[in-house]
Design a protein around this ligand. Structure first.
Ligand SMILES: Nc1ncnc2c1ncn2[C@@H]1O[C@H](COP(=O)(O)OP(=O)(O)OP(=O)(O)O)[C@@H](O)[C@H]1O
Length: 811
């Protein structure tokens, strides 16, 4: 181990000055560089001639001299290095040196004579004067515009950036963040910050209210300044909407949260009257909308109304009524072709869909949504003389558009219908960065029939973007399961569309998937109706229950997985799902432990560390964001197939290569936050996907995540086998949970007089009666289950064979 150079006088900053001999590595996205410097002077006891210095630097030139302030580090591989926190260019100080510098190769078109003129006119401090104000060059006689431009460009890039970074440092911003801010605003950075530092919250990733407020504090923005109070209110509204999914917030709640945010950031009591007054101002400036005591972010307010007006446009089209006889004839032919008999509800759904501009098809798993869609597509094609062969459309696009919110859901749609399908983002041409924006894409989709699956996952922003892209005359079918979790982003669009009663819709309730002893679908329907079957804890052909608590759940899961691997199953067949990340049986711990079982470190595979996670060749990973450019989407699962160390990478940064079913995507280290290990993934992230084998722990310690919609969504992800792990009480608690409906105004907007739809939606009284009946049954059975206890014998049985339920599945 090399000895670390140390500082002789405590508290004194260590510095090194010297000429840059080489730039080993430079990352353009965050200005991080690794450079070799010839040491000229230092206050440390470092004795070598050269040193490697790392840090975020603007334009560094080989051959130029700089001063670096920072600390020494001992890199395990590369030995002693200097980590610079700050740096400054050693500016030439004598008139001669300045002339030499300005007439150097860096300044094309400036010779010694011109350089001398500049020094004569502006003095030896001319560089500072020009960086401060480029108009200073006007005082130099006889400079051409071109020469002025060269001087301005080179000097501001070379010194301007340093000045900005130094100023940001003084405002309490560390280097990494300072470079991110500079990357956004470049030379206008200081102006922007002077004008309103709170602007950074919305515009620069990674800046929340507290950081912006620290900058503002350094700039002497008073704690009761209007701009500060307004930023606090907007931040409160934004965070509440994003965390809760509500599209509006009531005044008192908003006011309390804003006060809390403002008072926590700086010790200053915020008078309620300040909040009141500034809230009014934000409303006047249309940053916030008020409607009957409810407060909306302007983006959400416009998005909800946008959905309503788009739907009105779409709904204003006429589709011919299909005569009863004609329909019966067509459907009989189709039934013959497909070899099935459509049920009465299914037929009604198909007919209504053909006659309505917008139609909602909903139902739990196995109720025939895909089968009904097939009917709609076939009959629509027949009635409109369209070929269903995509190859028949050479010059025009395929007129039937299929899309879903996630890549995996889109893929399943393609597999089940045999027709091309894509993610909604791809269909609309949205990139990840556009997601939050309320932008006008300026073009309509081309096609005749649009089908969106997994509609429950679509949030208010995306729904608005989607609907505004649908032209008048295009038929729209929205398909989903309203009992699943609502979207991750704000709103509950699918539920609101259904509950408004303004859009033609059909709920399929009869379960058609049958013929074997499958019990997963019946279980999900029981849960949907707030019931647990009495055989919840019994072995079934396709499911099993293993009692466990927070302390031993992970061990039970490990055992099941080990057995499954022995039988030849792989990580691709098995998905562990859990509702929370932290805690002894949370996703993080499960991933760490399961990685050691599925993909252990056997010494042959390359691995890298990222924060607390080790990534290894062969690891199963999950994509966390939409990335249209690389064609990977939130929820996609891939495998790590390559790890390139910075030294060998062209961009001189560590790289991971992930294979998403044939699509290989490279992630630079700075993008590793876009993926995570996926042996266990969150139930929210699993929405829109199905897996052969699902292992689901449900524990009392999951606390407020024990919700019916979470349990229901998890269970409906399993297509062949389901292993339930945990405490029966946790299951009871989940189905007893009250559903927190989100606060949204969409339903009411849809029902408002201004936008009255001609409602075709009529739920049969029969369906309603069935629901009421279900609810009373639910109560008695729940009481029974609450008294249902485990006998020692039952527990022994469970422990026998963890592979029960997997017998019929082949790897
Ligand atoms: N009328 C019917 N007669 C016979 N079988 C049917 C009928 N309707 C659907 N099925 C069958 O029931 C099963 C489930 O149907 P389908 O896949 O359409 O349901 P789904 O609601 O899309 O299910 P999931 O949401 O689970 O994908 C399929 O095997 C399908 O062939």
């Amino acid at each position: 181990m090399e000895e670390m150079p140390f500082d002789l006088t405590e508290n004194e900053e260590l510095y090194i000055t010297g000429e840059v001999l080489a730039i080993y590595f430079s990352n353009p996205s965050n200005y991080y560089k690794v450079i070799l410097v010839e040491v000229e002077e230092t206050n440390s006891n470092y004795l070598e001639n050269n040193i490697v210095i790392t840090g975020n630097f603007g334009r560094i030139q080989e051959g130029s001299a700089y001063e670096f302030g920072g600390t020494f580090t001992n890199h395990p591989k590369y030995g002693v290095q200097f980590k610079a926190e700050r740096y400054a260019t050693s500016q030439p100080s004598t008139a001669e040196a300045v002339v030499n510098y300005l007439s150097s190769d860096s300044f094309k078109g400036i010779g010694t004579k011109t350089a001398e003129k500049i020094v004569d006119a502006l003095g030896t401090d001319c560089i500072d004067a020009i960086v401060e104000d480029t108009n200073a060059l006007d005082q130099v006689p006889g400079l051409s515009q071109k020469q002025k431009n060269t001087l301005e460009d080179v000097l501001t890039t070379e010194y301007g950036m340093q000045k900005v970074i130094l100023t940001l440092n003084k405002l309490g911003v560390d280097n990494a963040l300072a470079f991110r801010i500079y990357g956004k605003y470049e030379e206008t950075t200081l102006e922007v910050i002077q004008e309103n530092p709170y602007q950074l919250i919305q515009e620069v990733n990674g800046i929340g209210f507290n950081r912006a407020d620290t900058i503002a504090d350094h700039l002497d923005v008073q704690p009761d300044a209007d701009e500060r109070i307004q930023a606090g209110i907007l931040y409160a509204l934004y965070t509440i909407s994003n965390d809760s999914g509500d599209t509006y917030v009531m005044k008192q709640y908003l006011s309390n949260r804003a006060t809390q945010i403002l008072e926590r950031s700086r010790p200053f009591i915020i008078d309620e009257e300040f909040i009141e007054r500034n809230l009014e101002k934000l409303i006047e400036e249309s940053m916030i909308y008020e409607d009957e005591g409810r407060y909306f972010l302007s983006s959400l307010y416009h998005a909800e109304w946008g959905i309503v007006s788009s739907l009105e446009r779409i709904n204003d089209a006429d589709f011919e009524k299909v005569s009863e006889e004609q329909f019966e004839e067509n459907i009989s032919d189709l039934e013959y072709e497909l070899g099935i008999d459509y049920g009465q509800s299914q037929k009604e759904a198909i007919k209504q869909a053909l006659e309505s501009p917008v139609f909602i098809l909903t139902g739990g798993p196995g109720t025939g949504k895909t089968t009904v869609l097939e009917g709609i597509v076939h009959l629509y094609a027949e009635m409109n003389d369209l070929s269903l062969d995509p190859h028949a459309y050479k010059d025009t696009g395929f007129p039937i558009l299929l899309a879903a919110p996630t890549g995996r859901a889109a893929k399943r749609m393609k597999e089940s219908t045999g027709l091309p399908s894509s993610t909604i983002h791809r269909l609309l041409g949205l990139t990840a960065d556009d997601e939050d924006l309320l932008m006008d894409l300026g073009h309509f989709l081309e096609g005749e029939l649009l089908i969106i699956d997994e509609m429950s996952m679509v949030d208010t922003f995306l729904a608005n973007q989607l609907f505004r892209s649908i032209p008048h005359g295009m038929k729209v079918i929205l398909v989903g399961d309203q009992d699943q979790l609502p979207s991750v982003g704000p709103g509950q669009v699918f539920r609101d569309l259904i509950d408004s009663g303004q859009i033609p819709q059909k709920e399929l309730v009869e379960i058609y998937r049958q013929g074997d002893d499958s019990s997963i679908i019946p279980l999900s329907h029981e849960i949907k109706h707030n019931r647990l079957p009495k055989d919840l804890m019994k072995k079934r052909v396709d499911r099993n229950f293993f009692p466990a608590n927070s302390r031993n759940a992970v061990a039970v899961i490990e055992k099941i997985v080990e057995k499954a691997i022995e039988k030849g199953f792989t990580a691709n067949d098995i998905q562990i799902l859990a509702p929370i990340y932290r805690g002894p049986a949370g996703i993080n711990v499960l991933n760490e432990r399961l990685q050691e079982i599925f993909n252990p470190n056997d010494g042959t595979r390359k691995e890298v560390k990222y924060i607390d996670t080790v990534y290894r060749i062969g690891d199963k990973v999950l994509q966390l964001q939409n990335d249209s450019e690389n064609n990977v989407f939130n929820g996609d699962i891939g495998e790590i197939v390559g790890i390139t160390n910075a030294k060998k990478s062209e961009l001189k940064t560590d790289e991971l290569i992930v294979d998403f079913e044939g699509n290989e995507v490279t992630y630079l280290r700075s993008n590793w936050n876009k993926i995570t290990l996926a042996y266990c993934c969150s139930i929210h992230k699993a929405q829109g996907s199905e897996y052969d084998i699902v292992i689901l722990p449900m524990l009392q310690s999951y606390g407020r995540m024990l919700k019916k919609d979470i349990l229901y969504t998890a269970i409906t992800r399993a297509s062949k086998s389901l292993s339930l792990i945990g405490e029966p009480e946790a299951f009871v608690r989940s189905i007893q949970s009250t559903q927190n409906l989100r606060n949204t105004a969409l339903k009411e907007r849809l029902q408002s007089d201004k936008y009255k739809f001609e409602s075709l939606a009529k739920k049969t009284t029969e369906e309603k009666a069935m629901k009421n009946d279900d609810e009373s049954v639910a109560k008695t059975e729940m009481e029974e289950l609450k008294t249902y206890t485990l006998t020692p014998e039952m527990i022994k049985n469970f422990a026998v064979d963890p592979m029960v339920g997997m017998e019929n599945i082949k790897p």
